[in-house]
Design a protein around this ligand. Sequence first.
Ligand SMILES: *[C@@H]1O[C@H](CO)[C@@H](O)[C@H](O)[C@H]1NC(C)=O
Ligand SMILES: *[C@@H]1O[C@H](CO)[C@@H](O)[C@H](O)[C@H]1NC(C)=O
Ligand SMILES: *[C@@H]1O[C@H](CO)[C@@H](O)[C@H](O)[C@H]1NC(C)=O
Length: 301
Amino acid sequence: MSSSTILHAAFFAVGALIGGGVATAVSNKRSLPVVTPATKSGTSAPPPIVVELAPTTGLTHIATPGALVKVDSTVLKHGHPGPINDLLVRKAYASGYDRRLRHPSWTAEHLTLASLGKSAAGGRSGDETGDRSKSNFSEDESIPSLFRAKLQDYFRSGYDRGHMVPAADAKFSQEAMNETFLLTNIAPQVGAGFNRHYWAYLEDWCRRLTGTFADVYVFTVPLYLPKLDSDGKWRVHHEVIGQPPNVSVPTHFAKVVLTSKPSSPATPQILEISTGAFVLPNAEIPDQTPLENFVVPGQSL
Ligand SMILES: *[C@@H]1O[C@H](CO)[C@@H](O)[C@H](O)[C@H]1NC(C)=O
Ligand SMILES: *[C@@H]1O[C@H](CO)[C@@H](O)[C@H](O)[C@H]1NC(C)=O
Ligand SMILES: *[C@@H]1O[C@H](CO)[C@@H](O)[C@H](O)[C@H]1NC(C)=O
């Protein structure tokens, strides 16, 4: 990391952490009692439905409830056109893949000091093994070739291969880090001023929340938002990269952060839950822009 990048990151942190610490951007504090294992098992959500799909490929997918269920209809006897909800469960994250857009529909991760290979005192715990120079971007062979994002699609596209789950969140093993380089974790991002700068600071800010909160959950979501045209109508415009064009370029990216920590040392069983949601344009963002500018109400996502 160059020193100017560190300076930018520090500036960003100060800008974002003014006031009640992290809480300025992570808001809507609520105190929730911990769900005890007893209640959990009593009222547990229905288990995910495992469906055998696409007999032609013989692939097994895990579909979330409602996404793909057996319908007793002769119309759908030979299947339905989808969309197929590829649920990918990896060492450092889980994600959904969008076969039409050829990038993730969402990614989810759980960060803790331990998962980041840091001790509570702030130092390195020493068991960090993932090294990004030992990883390479690769196509995800768990997706049928026709629907896969290809390395060729990004070549000379003018966009960075932007990690949705950052490599730096998966330093606990080389295998976990390698999985963040699969193209099912990648979406086209503007490089200078976004992927390499402001977006990277936001990722770092999420990691640093683990210093304040025991558990940090981060969801990253590529978005396509409408823009007001000069004729007064709202339209969604987006580029598609590749030759032939295959991979869609999101107009925006959202990060939704949920944190939890014991509400006080005397009441460790009562968790304090905080949430924050940010929507950033896939565009160059000046370093000094306050993170608060991108805060959106969580339910709008
Ligand atoms: C990554 O790919 C480059 C170019 O193909 C190659 O030179 C390099 O050795 C690869 N790195 C690893 C760790 O495989
Ligand atoms: C990580 O990826 C690199 C480059 O693709 C490969 O050479 C290496 O064997 C992988 N390591 C693990 C642990 O999977
Ligand atoms: C996507 O790319 C493949 C080649 O990698 C090509 O065969 C296909 O026509 C492209 N477009 C679509 C919509 O699949």
